[in-house]
Design a protein around this ligand. Sequence first.
Ligand code: SF4
Length: 374
Amino acid sequence: MSTLADVLARQTREGELYERLADGRLRCYACGHCCPLPYGAVGVCKVRFNQGGRLMVPWGYVGGVQCDPIEKKPFFHAYPGALAYSFGMLGCDLHCAYCQNWVTSQALRDPAAVAPPLAASPDALVEDAVSLGARVLVSTYNEPLITSEWAVAVFKAAKAAGLATGYVSNGNGTPEVLDYLRPWVDLYKVDLKSFDDRHYRQLGGRLEPILDTLRRLHAMGFWVEVVTLLIPGFNDSRDELARLTTFLASISADIPWHVTAFHGDYKMQEPDNTTAEMLLTAADIGRANGLRYVYAGNLPGEVGDLEDTRCAQCGDLLIARRGYFIRQYRVTADGGCPGCGTTVPGRWDARFGGQLASRPFVPGSRSLAVHRTR
Ligand code: SF4
């Protein structure tokens, strides 16, 4: 029987995000590791490799699909209430001990992470998304940067069908991959896990490429929202949160910052779960440092009005939420506050069409001819 590595090696094609160096070596630019790859070498992500002097990259499959309320991504300032048809592949460039998607993200790195790929085509994914009423197609679950060629192929079909597109990413990008994505990606969520380089090195990355990616994403006109999973004892010191939020506000005070509650997962079961009080303290720090849109997530109903969007100018309630459920929507057709007319930063449809689903669900496979490839 084929191993998962054998199966995934067949589900590839030549990539575009690389340059050829001397002696058959390559350099991959899909993520901030910028791996130099001699003949036969495999990247840190385990899913991109040098085969005969060509960079082979994942193609033609998904690790899973799911329909999520867009609030789950979370995007709070982009098409509220929309259905986000979400797909992922396998592999990641980091190895976070608390990953909630470790079964797909740690494939080929952790023998316990076994997630057979499902064959898929861009047209089938988009047909399925449209038939279910999705407004947005999102690459998520594993790290989308490392499978950017496939995401762009899917997003080209999505754009042709009138859908918006998004990345849910760790933000470990490069200038080259962001240039490559810019024509095809509208929304970009970055998981800013810490503001300490030593913490990032524990997770398998570095802080600086992520900060650089955040600056570039905003300057290039992607719609950016940022999430920080607040892990007691790891990234929740006042000093670290102050530096993190000051940095975000220095890019733009209008970047929504979601501070969300941790619970034990994968290899990190030790810290206590984040409490509502911890979220409220972190949110206070974010607002004190100038961020205008601060949200507290993962503890619905326990965080006061930190699930709601209010006008940064007059304080009027614009969107009331509980968890992923939109309770009230008052943004005007031109994306403004009905009270004072101030523009609300984000991506808004002229009309709130209601919410298709306030809970995630796995779609059927009417048009998506998914099947196990081994
Ligand atoms: S995606 Fe990142 S980890 Fe994978 S080969 Fe390219 S540079 Fe290396």
